[in-house]
Design a binder for this molecule. Structure first.
Ligand SMILES: Cc1cc2nc3c(=O)[nH]c(=O)nc-3n(C[C@H](O)[C@H](O)[C@H](O)COP(=O)(O)O)c2cc1C
Length: 160
């Protein structure tokens, strides 16, 4: 078997649709967040999710440090937020003044007007290639309104 080249791998994976979330974390007084398309529900009882975070990201460093993160599932109106947290639009300031947000009970920000929110406590971290797979127990799950933002074929979409 010939191993897939990165470009071919990316192209093949772009055929799959995924939700788009912001994974947020806190280290010291500073908030961190990144746009992610790798959130997966792993277990219902107990409620577990996983997200795969790239080694060089500031958000992974904060997650490793505190063993906590939150998730805001973005809506179609939050494409610009997805760009900002992917580092493709003006940088997010350390205290998120420009981002409508609230603080969850764990002190980590959640983005306002999202489609859903999760508060998570990390149970396992596994290094896998250039990412760390973070598995976490969901302590609070809340649903919002709005149509979910979807990544497909390297573009953002919604189903309605
Ligand atoms: C649509 C989309 C999905 C992404 N998914 C992930 C992901 O699942 N994991 C990850 O580590 N980075 C992902 N990224 C890249 C991060 O958002 C980007 O590296 C971010 O700027 C890291 O920020 P930080 O260093 O401040 O934590 C994605 C980017 C885009 C545009």
């Amino acid at each position: 078997m010939i191993p897939a080249m990165p470009d071919e791998f990316r192209e093949a994976m772009a055929r799959l649709a995924s939700g788009v979330v912001v994974v947020s974390a806190k280290s010291g007084d500073r908030y961190h967040g990144l746009t992610a398309s790798t959130l997966v529900a792993v277990s219902v009882q107990p409620p577990l999710v996983l997200v795969s975070l790239e080694h060089e990201t500031a958000t992974l460093a904060a997650v490793r440090d505190t063993r906590r993160f939150n998730v805001s599932a973005l809506t179609r109106d939050q494409e610009f937020t997805a760009e900002r947290f992917a580092g493709r639009a003006p940088a997010v300031d350390a205290d998120w003044r420009a981002i409508p947000h609230r603080l969850a009970a764990n002190g980590i920000p959640l983005i306002e007007s999202a489609a859903a929110w999760l508060e998570c406590e990390v149970t396992e971290i596994h290094t896998a290639g250039d990412h760390d797979v973070c598995i976490a127990r969901v302590t609070t799950a809340t649903s919002g309104a709005g149509d979910t933002l979807i990544l497909w074929d390297r573009s953002f979409w919604t189903v309605r």
